[in-house]
Design a binder for this molecule. Structure first.
Ligand SMILES: [Zn+2]
Length: 78
């Protein structure tokens, strides 16, 4: 049985949404096969999946859709 490298919790296979941020560039990849820690929620990707995700980050694929994301500033409401 696989264990979480961070907390030692039980790791389960799951389909997750991968989010990536690089400066002001964001991207979301849906339906990514991953392994998720049941205890701390850490998502882990196999080397093959990581390679694929890097291709998305380098704009190798066309997005299926583009969404508008509202941006808030916590400091504004202090
Ligand atoms: Zn964990």
């Amino acid at each position: 049985m696989k264990k979480c490298v961070f907390c030692g919790g039980h790791v389960e296979k799951a389909i997750v949404t991968f989010t990536y941020k690089d400066d002001d560039k964001y991207l979301i990849v849906e339906h990514v096969p991953a392994e998720v820690c049941a205890k701390c929620g850490e998502k882990m990707y196999s080397p093959d999946i990581t390679d694929e995700l890097l291709k998305f980050a380098k704009n190798k694929f066309k997005p299926v859709k583009t969404i508008k994301v509202p941006v808030f500033d916590f400091a504004v409401h202090q």
